[in-house]
Structures are given as structure tokens and as C-alpha cells.
Design a protein around this ligand. Structure first.
Ligand code: BG6
Length: 505
């Protein structure tokens, strides 16, 4: 008798192929992003055996260092993660073989990001596949890409790629994003540029597509006939920390909305792509963002945190933070109501909010389902409570549906229940920082999780009216540790809606 194959463990996937050999050139080698996210991601890729033996990593920074000095400081930082529970990466220990693999491939070059010598020097050291990673302040994106182009480093020889990863923020409004796209596309083709949005590296964000398009249960309700409104929240409890210099001219809207929150919006609202090919997915996203109506300033609320209490501790207000002006009008909170002008979503408000120093840390998407028409459970003047489906993205990871059930007892009375799943109950969790997939995808040339020029420009076009109106607008204060400014509640109350509380889960 044939023996049945053993069932696959629920988390068993197909074996993943190693990425092709390449040289990764990191501009901003001494910066925070390199230490906190890129090195842990490379280490995790090495742990998974996904890096080719021939991979090289060249760090470029304007501050002086040596190969050994850079290796040593990165090794120390990696080690420090084992005792720092607040870092994005907190493994129990660092595997010396995997870190050794990365460490011995690191070399350092001091160089000014705007000096042609930096690039001619680099050129002598490079051949074959190269990824240039721009982990630098946004003001260097254009100049570095120009210099790479002018030094001939973006020319792709037969069978070898030259790619550029660009961090956010990509532009600061529609005009500057268009100008930056035009500038970089003057030096290379769209397929060479990988505009990164780290939210797309989150497993729970990628999984939204799987949940929507690989199950028959949800699709039929994914429509204005059934969905009443949608909330998208990215609330943080941390303040602006040491990033005042970056944050002052940026603010919450530019920092989080046209990039991270719009990516969440795409995942939950885009049409089903015909295939999972990068261009099919990016087309579907771009069509969705193009359908977002330009947001009128009357549908936008901005707030700034004042001193308050966060998890039992007194914390300073935004204006008291380092490198922040005493009379700053930069928003640390934003709430928007978006209208999507397509057949699926016309008339369904999408409410987006994000803020620092809020009552809870929570990234989630909540879809409020319309109650059934003519339910025998509804009273003459009341409806039954709507079902709410929540994609929990961070820090909890799962999906839950709040719904009605019969309360046990002699009477037919309704009670509220939650049907929920947690990723951790089904899949083996590997500690990751989200950049692993993004780096690996860039190495194999899969642009699905990266933003295309049209999607980025469409997102800026949607928020541009608000940015213009806010250039001289006041900002509403809210106490640190609260749910945000009162006007944000009023924005939803206009249509009889409320924000979900931040601190009750
Ligand atoms: C970054 C923003 O892109 O995203 C930060 O610049 C923000 O201000 C961060 O804190 C939030 O990301 P995450 O993954 O911690 O939710």
C-alpha cells in the first residue's frame, strides 16, 4: 500500500533560491538606518542562506572610518540588540557564523556624496551586479543619482544589473516628487529604481492581499453596498525623539501619509491584480491612488502634542523637543477623510490618521460592515451593531472580526464576540526587521513591493491641496498620551462615525 506523504507543517514553504551575486554599496554607512535595519536584514538573509558567497558590501560615508572600524562598530551594535528590547531587532543571541559571513564582506570608503571623485573612485572598485542603497537624507537623492549616472555607474552591461534603492521621503509635494522622478529617470530606466516603503516589508501588510484575494469569503462584501466606512490608523506612543531636525520641515502628513498610509490603503482597497507580477500589482495600486479625490483642506485635521503622560511617565511637548522651534507649527498628528472615486468605493469614507505620542501604539485597518437590512434583531428605531473586520498590523499581528452572537440565557439577546486569529499561532515567527524581503527582492529584481513613479505622484497629488492650505495654518494642540485633537473626532462625527479607541486592546 502506498504510504501517504506526511502532511506539511503549516509554516513549511518552498525552498527559496539564493540571491544572485552582487555588490551592495550603502551611501550613509555611518547612519542609523544602516545600523538598525540594513545590517540586521543582511544578517537574517545570511542566516537563511540567501546571500551568495560573492556578495560584497561597501559602505560610503562622509565621516572618516576604516574597514576594521566600521566592522567593529557594526558588530557592537549587533551585539547590543540582544539586550535592547526596544530595538526593531531583538534576537536572543547573534549567530557568529551568519554575522561573520556579513562582517567579512564589509569594506568602508570615506567619500563626500556630492564630490565626483567619490564616484570615480567607486567605479574602479565595481563590476557586475551592483545595488546602490541611498540610506541618506533626501536632499542627497538627486545629487547621488546624477553623480552615479555621470560616472557611468548606472550603465547595465549584458547580464549585469545596476539598481538604486531610494529611501523616503520621495519628494515633499507633487512638484518636487515629479522633479525628482524626472531627474532620476534622466539617469536610468524606471526598472532600475527601487523606491522603498518599509511598510511593504511587513508580513502583515503583504498578507492583506493573500487574505483578500485567496479566500472566497470576504470578496463579496468588499464593496460600497456592504462596507460603511474604513479606518486606517498608524498611532505611535514615541515622540519625535532625536529627529527634530528632520521632522520640523516634514511633519506627520509628509512623513507617513502619501507613503505608508497610502500603501495600506492600496492593500485594502485596490482591485484584484490579474497576476502577482510586479507590474500587474503596481498597476492596480496606481489605479486606486489615482481614484483618490484630491483631499479638500476641510477634510483634514492637524495636531501637535503638548506635554502629557505616556504610559505613566511625564513627557515633554513637541515644542520642547531638541531641534524643534519654540513656536513650531509642524503637525505631529494628521487625520484625513478620503473619497475614492470608483465603482467599488464611491461614497465610502476612508479615514486615515497617524500621530506621535498617542494613547497607544497601534497600526491597523478596520472595515465597518453595514448591518443587514431588515434584521429581525433590529428594533423599530435601531439597527444591530455593525461587524468590524480588523487587520492588525502592529504590534499585534492578526485579523479579527467583531460580530454579534446570542448571549447564553433564556432570552434571544445579542452579545458582542470576536473571532480572531494571530499569525504567531499558525506560523513560526523568525525575528525580522522587514527589510529582508525588500533587500532580497531588489537583488532578484522583483519590484512588486516597491513604489513606481506614477503611484508616488498620484499620492502627492491627492494630499497636495492640504499641504498648500497648511503652509500658514495653525495646528491644534493635543496632550501627549491622548487620542489626538478634538477636531479629529469631529471630522468623523459629521457622518455619525467614531474613531476606534487606541488603548483598549
Ligand atoms: C518612518 C517614519 O518612516 O516610519 C517615522 O519616518 C515612523 O516617523 C516610522 O516612526 C513608523 O514605522 P513603524 O514600522 O515603526 O510603524
Amino acid at each position: 500500500m502506498d504510504q501517504k506523504p506526511a502532511p506539511k507543517a503549516p509554516d513549511a514553504g518552498e525552498a527559496i533560491a539564493k540571491a544572485p551575486p552582487c555588490t551592495l554599496v550603502i551611501f550613509g554607512a555611518g547612519g542609523d538606518l544602516t545600523k538598525r535595519l540594513l545590517m540586521p536584514a543582511l544578517y537574517n538573509l545570511a542566516m537563511g542562506g540567501l546571500l551568495d558567497e560573492a556578495v560584497r558590501i561597501i559602505g560610503v560615508d562622509h565621516n572618516a572610518n576604516t574597514d576594521e572600524g566600521w566592522r567593529k562598530s557594526l558588530s557592537d551594535t549587533m551585539q547590543s540588540f540582544t539586550t535592547d528590547r526596544t530595538s526593531e531587532f531583538h534576537p536572543d543571541h547573534i549567530d557568529s557564523k551568519a554575522w561573520g559571513f556579513v562582517r567579512e564582506r564589509l569594506t568602508f570608503r570615506q567619500g563626500d556624496f556630492t564630490a565626483p571623485e567619490t564616484f570615480s573612485g567607486l567605479g574602479k572598485d565595481l563590476s557586475g551586479n551592483v545595488i546602490f542603497y541611498l540610506a541618506v537624507s533626501a536632499r542627497f537623492f538627486g545629487p547621488i543619482v546624477d553623480a552615479l549616472g555621470e560616472a557611468g555607474l548606472l550603465k547595465e552591461a549584458e547580464g549585469a544589473f545596476r539598481r538604486v534603492v531610494i529611501e523616503k521621503p520621495f519628494g515633499s509635494d507633487l512638484a518636487s516628487a515629479r522633479a525628482l522622478n524626472a531627474r532620476i529617470l534622466g539617469q536610468g530606466s524606471e526598472s532600475q529604481f527601487f523606491r522603498i516603503d518599509h511598510f511593504l516589508g511587513k508580513e502583515t501588510v503583504q498578507s492583506i492581499l493573500a487574505i483578500r484575494f485567496a479566500n472566497g469569503l470576504l470578496g463579496p462584501v468588499w464593496h460600497r453596498d456592504h462596507i460603511d466606512h474604513v479606518e486606517i490608523t498608524a498611532a505611535e506612543t514615541i515622540g519625535v525623539e532625536e529627529r527634530g531636525g528632520f521632522y520640523e520641515p516634514t511633519g506627520a502628513l509628509r512623513d507617513m501619509v502619501p507613503n505608508h498610509l497610502f500603501q495600506l490603503l492600496c492593500m485594502v482597497a485596490m482591485e484584484s491584480p490579474a497576476t502577482l507580477e510586479a507590474e500587474a500589482v503596481r498597476d492596480a495600486k496606481a489605479r486606486l491612488i489615482e481614484a483618490v479625490r484630491p483631499v479638500p483642506p476641510s477634510d483634514a485635521v492637524r495636531g501637535q502634542y503638548t506635554a502629557g503622560r505616556e504610559q505613566g511617565h511625564a513627557v515633554a511637548g513637541y515644542r520642547e523637543e531638541p531641534n524643534v522651534a519654540e513656536d513650531s507649527r509642524t503637525e505631529t498628528y494628521v487625520a484625513l477623510k478620503l473619497d475614492i472615486d470608483n465603482d467599488r468605493w464611491r461614497g465610502v469614507p476612508f479615514y486615515l490618521r497617524t500621530g506621535k505620542r498617542m494613547a497607544g501604539r497601534l497600526t491597523e485597518i478596520a472595515l465597518h460592515v453595514k448591518p443587514p437590512a431588515g434584521s429581525p434583531f433590529a428594533g423599530p428605531h435601531s439597527e444591530v451593531a455593525p461587524d468590524i473586520l480588523r487587520f492588525r498590523i502592529d504590534p499585534e499581528q492578526g485579523l479579527d472580526i467583531a460580530m454579534n452572537a446570542k448571549r447564553p440565557g433564556p432570552r434571544m439577546e445579542l452579545g458582542r464576540v470576536t473571532a480572531a486569529f494571530d499569525y504567531g499561532d499558525f506560523f513560526r515567527e523568525t525575528p525580522s526587521v522587514g527589510y529582508e524581503t525588500l533587500l532580497y527582492d531588489c537583488m532578484i529584481g522583483d519590484a512588486t513591493l516597491f513604489q513606481r513613479a506614477d503611484g508616488i505622484e498620484a499620492a502627492w497629488a491627492a494630499v497636495d491641496p492640504v499641504l498648500e492650505a497648511w503652509a500658514d495654518a495653525p495646528v491644534e494642540p493635543y496632550a501627549a498620551g491622548s487620542d489626538g485633537p478634538a477636531a479629529a473626532e469631529a471630522l468623523l462625527a459629521r457622518q455619525g462615525h467614531h474613531w476606534s479607541p487606541l488603548d483598549e486592546r
